[in-house]
Write a protein that binds this ligand. Structure first.
Ligand code: HMG
Length: 388
């Protein structure tokens, strides 16, 4: 029996800022963003959207042809938590009408925690193959205005069903881990924007890649030459290029620059247009690979490098299942990205500065999202969600 990803889809806001607008305002060349960090647009959440609504929107297409009673657990990975006590996934569980006989939990470790969720989900399915686990990763990447991180904001959610004999990707058991106590990126509870030591964070990311890879080799992982494609955590897509160079150095591969680039290119398309979505980024990269690769990926081995600042990293691989193409949500994804509206810079600032009221009163939020679910308001400190 194999275990892995049976279905996968993503959601992002229907608003974006073109990084050209940001470049114009800061009087810098747009190519610093388009080429230097490999980002063109960044998704910006509407006032009536948060990680819960994005997560529910991402998961909805997965529930069309599955018995909800077979879902035993919802694991919600996020670093954009909305409550210190209640798991955001419980709101999602309610919005999706999942049965009460289900467990729901939230996981946190910066951008990494969806990978922990998937590994745990695989172990749970191996114990009880009749069950499916819904893993959702959702985040809103936010940095201070005029900071180095501003151009690497974004938002999105990826939802995956983990099952026995999956239709999309078998996940192999070998995985390499690396954990080190570092302060490269963090967000204290009292802040709504992240703090980051930008250049240091990229160095730690690459160091973690090397260490996770070496551990992966020590536990019997396949060699680099046996891997066909790679999905990296994507804070910005240029990071995947830097990562490929790093792995090429470490593995002393015979592959040339063109071959190395071909291994990552299809996984970058969506993230270039969405920006960083923290926990969801690497999995949106996987969706991009599955939806956009020109070749048939059946039987191809995909390597994954998951990184979360602070830091925890993991390298593992999966093999694409024959017939996977019949189960993709490609049209839905292209419609979602093509129907977004570009924000002017002042409109971006308006959404950036929108703050949820904290006075305990009754507040309704403007109807802005085009998604199926929205955050309608807050009343007595309780978030009120509904379907559109
Ligand atoms: P910066 O200082 O704005 O940019 O910061 P730069 O000056 O280093 O330029 C970036 C690249 O653009 C350089 O190329 C320039 O040469 C090039 P490189 O040296 O890297 O090859 N460039 C140009 N290219 C073409 N035309 C031009 C031009 N001008 C310059 N005209 C930095 C970049 C990544 C530090 C910044 O964006 C940042 O602080 N980002 C946030 C932190 C981050 O994303 N870190 C990534 C690793 S940590 C991580 O992935 C975890 C994370 O997702 C959080 C989590 O785990 O929860 C962040």
């Amino acid at each position: 029996m194999s275990v892995g990803i049976d279905d996968i889809s993503f959601y992002t806001s229907n608003y974006y800022l073109d990084l050209k607008s940001l470049a114009d305002v800061h009087n810098i060349e747009k190519d610093k963003f388009y080429q230097g960090i490999g980002q063109e647009k960044m998704g910006i959440v509407a006032a009536d959207e948060d990680v819960v609504t994005m997560a529910a929107n991402a998961a909805l297409p997965l529930l069309k042809d599955v018995d909800p009673h077979s879902i035993s657990t919802v694991m919600f990975a996020t670093e954009t938590g909305i409550d210190q006590s209640k798991a955001a996934g419980i709101f999602v569980h309610g919005l999706l009408g999942l049965p009460n006989r289900c467990r729901v939990v939230e996981l946190k470790q910066a951008c990494y925690s969806a990978t922990a969720a998937i590994q745990m989900a695989c172990a749970m399915v191996a114990r009880d193959p009749a069950r499916k686990i819904l893993v959702i990763a959702a985040d809103i990447a936010r940095y201070d205005l005029n900071s180095s991180g501003e151009a690497t904001q974004g938002c999105g959610a990826a939802a995956m069903l983990i099952s026995a004999n999956p239709r999309l990707l078998k996940i192999h058991p070998e995985s390499g881990n690396y954990t080190e106590d570092v302060m490269d990126f963090w967000r204290p509870n009292y802040r709504s924007t992240a703090l980051v030591d930008g250049k240091y964070s990229t160095k730690i990311y690459l160091k973690s890649l090397k260490q996770a890879w070496l551990h992966y080799q020590d536990v019997g992982g396949v060699e680099f030459e046996q891997i066909d494609h790679l999905c990296y955590h994507l804070p910005f897509t240029r990071m995947a290029e830097k990562s490929q160079s790093q792995l090429a150095r470490v593995t002393k591969t015979g592959r040339d620059a063109e071959q190395l680039n071909a291994m990552i290119e299809p996984s970058l398309s969506y993230n270039r247009l969405i920006g960083n979505s923290y926990t969801a980024s690497m999995y949106i990269g996987l969706i991009s690979l599955l939806d956009n690769a020109k070749e048939d990926l059946s039987g191809k081995r995909v390597g994954f490098f998951s990184y979360g600042s602070g830091c925890v990293a993991e390298f593992f691989t999966g093999t694409v299942v024959d017939g996977y193409e019949e189960h993709l949500h490609r049209d839905l994804h292209s419609k979602l990205l093509n129907n977004r509206r570009e924000l002017s810079y002042p409109e971006y600032l308006d959404l950036y500065h929108f703050e949820y009221p904290t006075d305990g009163g009754e507040h309704q939020f403007p109807e802005q999202t085009q998604g199926q679910f929205r955050l309608a308001g807050i009343n007595q400190h309780k978030r009120i969600y509904n379907a559109r």
